[in-house]
Design a protein around this ligand. Structure first.
Ligand SMILES: [Zn+2]
Length: 407
C-alpha cells in the first residue's frame, strides 16, 4: 500500500531488489519530496499493507536504434545476415521521403523506453533529426540519452567526411551534461567502416571523453571476411560496388578492433556473438570494453549460444541491449534480462540486474549510484507485479513478472 501525505510517501513492498544485493522481503520505504529517507523491515502491525510488488531501480538500455521504433515486428529474413541488412536498407529508403519520419520514430521509441522503465539509453543516431527526437525521451524521464553518432564508409574516399561528421556531432552536443542528450560515436561495424575511421574515432573519443560503440563479431560471415577476405560479405559489398580488398589488408580478426576499442575509457563492443578464447581472455583483461549482448535479437537471428557466461567468468563487463525493433519485438530491456535469467545455469535475477543498471551505467560513462535504491537518493524505481512470499520461488516469479509502473 502507498500511504501519502503532503510531503511523505510510504511504500510497503513485498520485495526490494537492488543489483548485486540479496533481495529484501517485506520492506517499508519512506520517501520525502522524492528522496528516500528510510528503508526498514516492515513493522509487524503494518504487514497487512504490504503490496505484492517488487521494487527495482530504473534501467539502462545500452544499445538500441530508435529510428526503427515504428516497425511492428522484426524484419525478415533473420538469416542470412546480409539479406536482413538489405531489408533494413530497403526500409530506410522506403521512408526517406518523409522528413519527419526519423524524429517521429525516435520519439515513439523514447516513449516506449520510458514505459519500459529506462532511465539511460545508448542510442545509435543517424541524423540531427534523430538527436532532436531523443530530447523527448530525456524530458519525459529526466534521464540521459547517449547519442552515438553512426559512422558508415567502407572505402577510403569516405574517411574524411565521416571523421568530420564525428567532430561535428561532438561539437554540437559537447556542452550538455547529464541528464539530457550527450554525445557518443559509433563506427558501425568492420564490414561497413574503413579502419582509418575507427582509428580517428578512437583518438577523438580519448581527447573528448565520449564513449564509443561498435558492432563486432556479430556473425560467422564477418569473422570469415576479417580472417580471409572471402564469403557473403564480399558478395554483399561487391553488389553495392564497394568491395576493395585492400581496405581490410591490415586486419586479421575481431581482436584488431578490440585492441583499438581498449584504448577508449568507455567502449562498447556490441554483440560479440562469435569470439575466440583469446578474445574472451582479452576482454576479461579490459573491462573498459563492455560487451553488449542483445539476447532476443541474438535468438531471432538464430546464432549459436552466446558466450556471456564465459565472458563474465573471465572478468569481462557484459551488459544488455535491446537492439532495434528491426530485430526485436519491443524495446523492453527488462524482458532481455528475463530472457537470459531463464537460460541454463543462469544466476538469479538480482545477480544479473547490474547488466541493465549499475554496470551498464558505468560502461556508458554515467554515474552508477543512481541505479541503487538507497537512503538519501531520489526514488527512481520500477515496480513489478510479484506475488511471491518466499525467496526460493522468487527467481521464478521475477522471470515472468511484468512492469506495473515506472516512476
Ligand atoms: Zn545494433
Amino acid at each position: 500500500m502507498t500511504v501519502q501525505n503532503s510531503d511523505n510517501t510510504v511504500l510497503h513492498c513485498a520485495w526490494l531488489i537492488n543489483p548485486g544485493q540479496p533481495p529484501r522481503q517485506n520492506v517499508r520505504v519512506t520517501v520525502c519530496k522524492g528522496i528516500v529517507t528510510e528503508i526498514i523491515d516492515c513493522p509487524t502491525d503494518e504487514r497487512a499493507q504490504i503490496r505484492p510488488i517488487a521494487l527495482l531501480p530504473r534501467f539502462v538500455n545500452a544499445h538500441t536504434h530508435l529510428e526503427f521504433s515504428d516497425i511492428a515486428s522484426p524484419l525478415p529474413p533473420p538469416e542470412p545476415f546480409t539479406d536482413w541488412i538489405r531489408s533494413v536498407i530497403r526500409y530506410r529508403i522506403g521512408n526517406a521521403a518523409d522528413p519527419d519520419f526519423s524524429a517521429n520514430a525516435v520519439r515513439a521509441g523514447g516513449s516506449e523506453s520510458a514505459t519500459c522503465g529506462v532511465q539511460i539509453v545508448g542510442e545509435i543516431t543517424t541524423s540531427s533529426a534523430g538527436t532532436s527526437g531523443l530530447r523527448h525521451f530525456t524530458a519525459q524521464t529526466d534521464g540521459t540519452a547517449i547519442s552515438f553518432r553512426e559512422l558508415i564508409g567502407f572505402t577510403a574516399d569516405r574517411v574524411d567526411e565521416q571523421v568530420q561528421l564525428a567532430q561535428q556531432h561532438i561539437a554540437e552536443l559537447t556542452d550538455r551534461q547529464p541528464p539530457g542528450v550527450v554525445p557518443g560515436l559509433s563506427p558501425h561495424a568492420p564490414y561497413s567502416v574503413h579502419p582509418h575511421i575507427v582509428d580517428a574515432v578512437v583518438e577523438l573519443a580519448i581527447n573528448s571523453g565520449v564513449p564509443v560503440a561498435m558492432h563486432l563479431a556479430e556473425t560467422r560471415d564477418e569473422i570469415e571476411l576479417l580472417n580471409s577476405r572471402t564469403g557473403p560479405f564480399v558478395d554483399f559489398l561487391k553488389s553495392m560496388n564497394l568491395w576493395d580488398a585492400s581496405v581490410l589488408a591490415s586486419v586479421a580478426g575481431p581482436m584488431d578492433y578490440l585492441k583499438r576499442l581498449a584504448q577508449v575509457p568507455h567502449a562498447l563492443a556490441v554483440h560479440c556473438n562469435y569470439l575466440s578464447p583469446n578474445e574472451i581472455r582479452y576482454l576479461g583483461e579490459h573491462p573498459n570494453v563492455a560487451v553488449v549482448y542483445c539476447p532476443r535479437t541474438h535468438a531471432y537471428c538464430c546464432h549459436s549460444q552466446h558466450p556471456w557466461q564465459q565472458l563474465r567468468s573471465a572478468g569481462a563487463t557484459v551488459i544488455l541491449g535491446t537492439d532495434s525493433r528491426a530485430s526485436n519485438p519491443d524495446l523492453s530491456i527488462w524482458k532481455e534480462l528475463q530472457h537470459i535469467a531463464r537460460q541454463h545455469n543462469a544466476p538469479p535475477v538480482w545477480e544479473l540486474l547490474s547488466m541493465i543498471t549499475t554496470d551498464a551505467a558505468r560502461a556508458l560513462g554515467q554515474d552508477p549510484s543512481q541505479f541503487v535504491i538507497t537512503v538519501n537518493q531520489p526514488l527512481r524505481s520500477v515496480r513489478l507485479e510479484c506475488n511471491c512470499d518466499s525467496e526460493p520461488s522468487l527467481n521464478d516469479a521475477l522471470c515472468t513478472a511484468s512492469i506495473t509502473t515506472s516512476r
